[in-house]
Design a protein around this ligand. Sequence first.
Ligand code: KG4
Ligand code: ZN
Length: 360
Amino acid sequence: MATVLAIETSCDETAAAVVRDRTILSSVVASQIAVHQPYGGVVPEVASRQHLETVNGAIAQAMTTAHLTWADIDGIAATCAPGLVGALLVGLTAAKTLAMLHQKPFLGIHHLEGHIYASYLCDAELQPPFLCLLVSGGHTSLIYVKDCGHYETLGQTRDDAAGEAFDKVARLLELGYPGGPIIDQLAQQGNPRAFPLPEGQISLPGGGFHPYDSSFSGLKTAVLRLMQSLKQSADEMPVADVAASFQASVARSLTKRAIACARDYGLTTLVVGGGVAANSGLRQHLTQASAEQGLRVLFPPLTLCTDNAAMIAAAAAEHLQRGHCSPLTLGAQSRMPLSQVMQLYQANAADPAGTAVLHA
Ligand code: KG4
Ligand code: ZN
């Protein structure tokens, strides 16, 4: 058993959590949405400053709610990549400092591996291999999960991520930030068949389409053109119908590719992660299509879909069980392919706090 305290500060959520293996003992998420809302998106400088102000309180609250002392903690983790470097550094520095102070192993965690591990927190029996559809504000990927730390990206977006498309279309419709939840709500009052929109397919040079990659910037442009023509022809913009048609197009696009990928690779379980996994249209489409194909689909609860530290702690607990820990010299990286996760670790049971590396 491994009990881990983890900190997540990669974007606009300051989060801290304590997880024992696959059980959440506490999970604190302080959202910065209200702070960034006036700017219509995340302002990196503002995010870093906000993390600095909030992180200590979040850690203290996570420890108090878990009813644990430092002696009960086996490892301390933080998201180290990918994300906003200034924001990542806040959580990373806090975790390293606590690891040094309390002589605990330190682990840097890849944010996307965290999103994958959200599913382990809602199914204690889940085991690889499975396919993960990871749809967030920064990523849209189909990931073949082979084992802890071993991932192969089979499909991805060539431009905008799915969440980014939701945010951009919400901006076009002047709905506010973040766009995903607002479009999701509005779409429930609209007609998803009102306007036909493209499903973001990628043409291949020899003809046909890429089976797993997608493009969402063309879809956003199609929404813009639709709105321009509606402005000329309609008295009032049918905002709910546009939102519902856009959401249905994203849901169809992601569902088709995820199902094809799982089938082609012989994977029978599909898990979904990232903020867009909270989308009701995607949940409906994917649940229905998976049932038709005899695929098992797993959606984490909404609180585990968006950024949180429990998912980071769950990934760290499994790495720790396998004897992995990171050197205290580990830095923050704005980009890092998921295939490089194992580069974050050294098997270092003899020097769990990584002090040899620190003093090297
Ligand atoms: O995973 P996440 O919290 O942060 C990143 O790692 O990016 O995802 C945030 C993204 C935002 O783009 C937000 O608009 C989108 O997830 N999102 C949604 C919904 N809830 C959050 N998109 C569609 N429908 C939702 N219900
Ligand atoms: Zn995320």
